[in-house]
Write a protein that binds this ligand. Structure first.
Ligand SMILES: Nc1ncnc2c1ncn2[C@@H]1O[C@H](COP(=O)(O)OP(=O)(O)O)[C@@H](O)[C@H]1O
Ligand code: SF4
Ligand SMILES: [Mg+2]
Length: 334
């Protein structure tokens, strides 16, 4: 762990106990978030993105959730070893979350100003008047029109985009070092989505925080992120700089995801290519590569042997048997 590292997730495994057996939602993932950077986590629905973010925040109920292995080290301390009381000092203070649905964090029965002020008073030793003044400043920071008036309104008096801004103002109130955004713009129309992403970028610069941007939208990654981790079936299959992932992806799943993205020039009405097939059952995940059943490059070795993460170059790591030095070169060609 270098001095620049803010968060290090190390071999994290999370399962859920259900009546049908154990779902292995997160199967040994490793990643780091450096100070000031934006890391994207991408992958299809159900691959473990939200479970990963909720694990970092310790928001999963145990049981049914079980932390089977691993560490989540934030500023040198393992969050998995903290008590609920200790986590309450972290949540909303040094790590905050924003969600697709702002009403996950906003209280419909309280005025916006009061809600933001209360978060501040919970974590900072400040007076009520100071907290209200700071709350109004936060609304200004997220470019809320007429912040003074908005302070005295309830969430239902806001448009969807404005509610999103209010939630972001609340998440940022304590100037967190890390913000985890779980599909924050998925429910918004394209124009509002762009505004919210620009807002996050602006605030990131001002506060100097790190972001984990969870999304299934590679357009969001291209706009926001410095590095990307590609998740599939509870694992990270490829990880690297945005430049490397977009220009020279090595994993067949990443290549499939990228070819499923409409380019700016392409007619958006044209049907998108999607990767045929479905992800494996996480009740009984395959012994080998999780992508085996859908991969057009699959080899015999892939079925029963798990490919290990390998450094492709300084900017890219990937877990695929095609990277093995013994793999015949013709198998790698596109
Ligand atoms: N509380 C739960 N109980 C059982 N299974 C769960 C629970 N939460 C998530 N899962 C399962 O874990 C897997 C990963 O889910 P999730 O992290 O929400 O995916 P996504 O990448 O879409 O955010 C899915 O198979 C999901 O069904
Ligand atoms: S390990 Fe094999 S099945 Fe998995 S992505 Fe690589 S080539 Fe395809
Ligand atoms: Mg999710």
């Amino acid at each position: 762990m270098t001095a620049e590292t803010l968060l290090k997730v190390d071999n994290l495994k999370v399962s859920f106990k259900t009546y049908a057996g154990e779902v292995q939602s997160v199967r040994g993932i490793n990643f780091e978030v450096k100070k000031g950077e934006c890391l994207g986590i991408v992958g299809e629905s159900g691959c473990g993105k939200s479970v990963t973010s909720q694990a970092i925040m310790q928001l999963l109920k145990t049981p049914p959730a079980m932390y089977k292995e691993g560490n989540i080290v934030f500023e040198g301390e393992d969050l998995l070893k903290k008590s609920e009381k200790e986590m309450q000092k972290v949540r909303g203070n040094s790590i905050s979350m924003i969600f697709q649905d702002p009403m996950t964090s906003l209280n419909p029965t309280q005025k916006i100003g009061k809600q933001i002020a209360e978060v501040l008073r919970e974590h900072k030793n400040i007076s009520k008047a100071e907290a209200y003044a700071e709350a109004e400043k936060m609304l200004e920071l997220v470019s809320m029109p007429e912040p003074k008036k908005r302070m005295n309104q309830y969430p239902h008096e806001f448009s969807g985009g404005m509610r999103q801004r209010a939630m972001i103002a609340m998440a940022l109130a304590c100037r967190p070092k890390l913000i985890i955004a779980d599909e924050p713009t998925t429910a918004l129309d394209v124009t509002v989505q762009a505004q919210i992403l620009e807002l996050l970028q602006k605030v990131q610069k001002e506060i100097g925080m790190s972001i984990i941007m969870i999304t299934h939208d590679l357009g969001v990654v291209a706009k926001m992120c410095d590095r990307v981790a590609v998740m599939y079936a509870g694992q990270i299959v490829e990880q690297g700089s945005v430049e490397a992932i977009f220009n020279r992806p090595s994993h067949p799943y990443t290549k499939g995801l990228l070819s499923a993205v409409p380019s700016m020039e392409m007619d958006r009405s044209k049907a998108l290519t999607t990767i045929p097939g479905t992800p494996p059952d996480l009740f009984a995940p395959p012994a080998g590569c999780g992508f085996y059943a859908r991969c057009n490059k699959a080899m015999k070795v892939c079925q029963n042997h798990m490919p290990q993460m390998q450094m492709i170059d300084g900017e890219l790591t990937s877990a695929c048997w095609l990277n093995h030095p013994m793999c015949p070169a013709q198998n790698r060609n596109d």
